[in-house]
Ligand binder design. Structure first.
Ligand SMILES: [Zn+2]
Length: 276
C-alpha cells in the first residue's frame, strides 16, 4: 500500500528539494541554486522564466529608495455571505503573508516622479479580488486623481474572490468607473501584468492601462486555456494567452524583463509626465 502510494505521487511531488537551498523552474524543470536565483531577481538562469515574487519584492525593485508609504494597511474583509471556511482561510493567509488582504497601495516615487503605486500579491489567496482589494484599488485611483499624479498598478490575480460572491463582481465596475474619471483628467495609468493575471482583474483595471506592460511568459486572459479548449472543442495555438501572444494581438504594449522594469517605468514617466 505504501509502495502504491509512492508510485501514484504527482510528478512535482517526486522531487523533494532540501529546504531553502534549491528551487525548481516550473517552465524548464532546471534545478537552481536559490541564492543565484535571488541575485538574478528570480528569473530562471536557463530559460528566463519569471518566478512569482511578492508585492514587497516589487516595492524594493521598482520604487525610488525601495520606499513606499503604505495606506489603509489595516483594511480587512468581512465575511458578508458567511461562506463556509472563509474566515479561517483569511486568517491563515494573513498570518502567512503578513498582510490583511491581497493588495497594498500607497505613495512613492519612480525616477523622482511622485506616483500612486498598487501591487497585488498572488500568494494571498491567489491574489483574488474581494471587496477589500477592490476598495483599495478604487481608493488608490481616487488618490491619483486628487493629487494629480500618475498611477501604476501591478497585477497578479486569479480573479474575483468567490467567497464574497456578487460583492467581488461589483469591484469590476467600481474600479473601472474610477479609472474612467482618472482618464477624463488625463492622468496616466500604467498597468503591469505579471504571471498570472486572469479573470475579473484582467476584465477590469488590469486591461485598462493607458500603457500596458507585461512580464515575459505571463499567463494573461479572462478564462484559462484549458476551459476554453473544453468549451469550444478545439485546440488553441501554442503560447496562447502568454505575454508575447498578447503583444502580437494588441492586448499588451510592451513585454519587459523584470531586470528592465524600473528603467522602463522611469522612461515612460519622463516622456508622458513632465510634472513634479
Ligand atoms: Zn527555467
Amino acid at each position: 500500500m505504501w509502495f502504491k502510494k509512492k508510485i501514484e505521487a504527482k510528478p512535482e511531488d517526486k522531487l523533494q528539494l532540501p529546504d531553502g537551498l534549491w528551487a525548481k523552474c516550473e517552465a524548464c524543470g532546471e534545478i537552481l541554486y536559490r541564492k543565484e536565483l535571488e541575485k538574478n531577481l528570480w528569473i530562471c538562469l536557463k530559460c528566463q522564466f519569471h518566478f512569482r515574487i511578492s508585492c514587497r519584492d516589487y516595492i524594493t525593485l521598482l520604487l525610488d529608495d525601495s520606499q513606499f508609504d503604505e495606506l489603509d494597511a489595516d483594511l480587512e474583509s468581512d465575511d458578508p455571505l458567511e461562506f463556509p471556511g472563509y474566515k479561517k482561510k483569511m486568517k491563515e493567509a494573513q498570518q502567512k503573508m503578513h498582510m490583511k488582504d491581497a493588495v497594498v497601495y500607497g505613495l512613492s516615487k519612480i525616477g523622482g516622479h511622485p506616483i500612486v503605486f498598487v501591487a497585488m500579491d498572488f500568494g494571498f489567496m491567489g491574489g483574488s479580488m474581494g471587496s477589500v482589494v477592490g476598495e483599495k484599488v478604487a481608493r488608490a485611483i481616487r488618490l491619483a486623481h486628487e493629487k494629480e499624479i500618475p498611477l501604476i498598478i501591478l497585477s497578479a490575480s486569479g480573479g474575483a474572490r468567490m467567497q464574497e460572491g456578487i460583492l467581488s463582481l461589483m469591484q469590476l465596475a467600481k474600479t473601472s468607473a474610477e479609472l474612467a474619471l482618472l482618464n477624463q483628467k488625463k492622468i496616466p495609468y500604467i498597468s503591469i501584468l505579471t504571471h498570472p493575471t486572469t479573470a475579473g482583474v484582467m476584465a477590469s483595471y488590469a486591461s485598462l492601462g493607458d500603457i500596458i506592460i507585461a512580464e515575459p511568459g505571463a499567463l494573461l486572459g479572462f478564462t484559462g486555456p484549458r476551459v476554453i479548449e473544453q468549451t469550444i472543442g478545439a485546440k488553441l495555438p501554442p503560447g496562447f494567452q502568454r505575454s508575447e501572444f498578447m503583444l502580437d494581438h494588441g492586448m499588451v504594449d510592451v513585454v519587459v524583463s523584470r531586470r528592465e522594469l524600473r528603467n522602463t517605468l522611469k522612461k515612460i514617466l519622463d516622456i508622458v509626465w513632465k510634472h513634479g
